[in-house]
Design a protein around this ligand. Structure first.
Ligand SMILES: [Zn+2]
Length: 160
């Protein structure tokens, strides 16, 4: 599977940050509200394809429809990937807004156990320790990643 280009990862991060800001200000953690801001900021990216705006638009609209109808992503891998991202990001934000949550720990699902890129996620980290990520970071999962999760880490769980 193609990877995201650096420019695409930057777009996704910017869109996630914009959506986090919008939800934090609104005080609710509604996935549809998150997705609307995320789509408006061009967060939907097709792995390795930077110029296919029509397809990005289609995936973005399908994502919003799936959230509105709570119908799941169906068979479309691009929509399913974005749905997974939105669910993860809203969970992340809900926990990150709690003062005693200081980081997140990457957890692998059954599919992720077979993906080297996913295994790297639990070995790496951003200075807090293996598999640990700061709560203000935006982690853009690889396109092939379908079931990695992040669980909140509380202040008292970290050994300094
Ligand atoms: Zn993964």
């Amino acid at each position: 599977m193609a990877s995201y280009k650096a420019k695409q990862i930057a777009r996704i991060k910017d869109a996630v940050l914009a959506a986090r800001t919008a939800l934090r200000e609104s005080g609710d953690f509604d996935p549809l509200r998150f997705a609307k801001v995320y789509v408006a900021h061009e967060g939907v990216q097709l792995p390795g394809r930077v110029d296919d705006d029509a397809e990005r638009e289609r995936v973005g609209q399908a994502l919003l429809r799936a959230l509105r109808l709570q119908s799941g992503g169906g068979q479309d891998p691009d929509v399913a990937r974005e749905l997974h991202r939105i669910e993860q990001e809203v969970d992340w934000l809900r926990y990150a807004c709690q003062d005693d949550v200081v980081a997140f720990r990457a957890q692998l699902g059954p599919q992720a156990e077979k993906e080297p890129a996913c295994q790297a996620l639990v070995k790496e980290g951003n200075g807090l320790g293996p598999g640990l990520y700061g709560k203000y970071d935006v982690i853009v999962l690889r396109p092939e990643c379908s079931d990695c999760r992040f669980v909140p880490v509380h202040q008292h769980e970290l050994e300094w």
